[in-house]
Design a protein around this ligand. Structure first.
Ligand code: FES
Ligand code: FES
Length: 315
């Protein structure tokens, strides 16, 4: 056994030593020359490359949210790098959603300037909104902010604007018309409405109760009893990760964590654009292919977390 372990230890030590050497060489000897940083529509300045964008911003009095002093633990220093940001670093991954990665969002404290760069600075409120949306706000990090009410519109306007539900009614009446003469119309009507909207809007239950002449309390009880129905808006694509024993022991948890990180949502939640909803199930019946997940009617087996990105791109 020791004849296997010794070479492994020696090789890992050599690779650790070499990578440390490369990092130190990059830090102390690499010369990236003069690099021009352009902040879209705002400012241009030239720096001697090699440091992080955050450090150049601070040196040039450019305000950028930061609470951890560049240690990559707050996630507040998000900027949009329009060119030459290099690969996303492992330290940035926990803070970047799938959408962030798609549009080139990076952490200013992690991206080194090695070439001319163009950067878009999200405005302050946009940054705050993203921090709230991605649940990155950490009160321990000595940062506080208030979101102005105007961001959500004037509350008086909201009170006076009544939602026009006439389209919803037409959909419900069509479903009722289809099933009203069947033996038990309630469940098929609920299923139909649930699959049309991807959830059961609460106001629809009232129409169903009136039209089928069934007490609202009974309609609500049936709707809450079956987990095929949801009262929360759900995404166009329903992802179900199997957490049954076989899938769990073969890495189901890691699959779930990767999806949560990639989509920026937790189990039971939907992405803001309602493209995906993330759920778990106890067994899909394909234990031989575990770990398994399904997206709508498609089943994916023998998963590993690196496959998730490609699979999501298909939807
Ligand atoms: S400054 Fe905190 S993550 Fe960049
Ligand atoms: S335990 Fe996952 S499919 Fe059965």
């Amino acid at each position: 056994m020791t004849e296997f372990i010794t070479p492994i230890i020696v090789l890992s030590s050599i690779s650790f030593f070499l990578s440390t050497l490369l990092v130190l060489a990059d830090k102390f000897f690499a010369d990236y020359g003069e690099c021009r940083i352009t902040i879209t529509d705002e400012k241009e300045f030239t720096v001697r490359g090699g440091q992080t964008i955050l450090s150049y911003f601070i040196a040039n009095n450019i305000n950028i949210p930061s609470s951890c002093g560049g240690k990559a633990t707050c996630g507040y220093c998000k900027i949009k790098v329009l060119n030459d940001g290099g690969p996303i670093l492992p330290t940035e991954r926990p803070f970047l959603t799938r959408e962030d990665k798609n549009i080139g969002i990076r952490l200013a404290c992690q991206v080194k300037v090695k070439n001319d760069m163009e950067i878009h600075m999200p405005d302050f409120l946009e940054t705050v909104k993203n921090i709230v949306k991605n649940r990155l706000y950490n009160p321990k990090l000595l940062w506080s902010f208030k979101i102005a009410n105007q961001m959500y519109g004037n509350p008086e306007d909201r009170k006076t604007k009544k939602k026009d539900n006439s389209d919803d009614k037409a959909i419900i009446y069509a479903a009722i018309e289809e099933y009203k003469d069947s033996a038990g119309p309630l469940v098929p009507v609920l299923l139909n409405v649930n699959s049309t909207f991807n959830y059961l809007p609460k106001h629809c239950l009232g129409y169903i109760s009136e039209e089928l002449n069934i007490p609202l309390s009974l309609v609500s009880r049936v709707a809450t009893f079956y987990n095929a129905f949801s009262f929360k808006p759900r995404g166009k694509n329903i992802i179900k990760v199997c957490m049954g024993t076989s899938c769990y022991v073969k890495g189901g948890k890691k699959i779930l964590e990767t999806l949560e990180e990639e989509l920026g949502v937790k189990v039971g939640e939907s992405t803001e654009d309602l493209k995906y909803t993330l759920e778990t199930v106890n067994c899909i019946g394909c234990c031989g292919q575990s770990p398994v997940m399904s997206i709508n009617d498609d089943i994916y087996g023998y998963l590993n977390h690196n496959m998730i990105y490609d699979i999501l791109d298909r939807y």
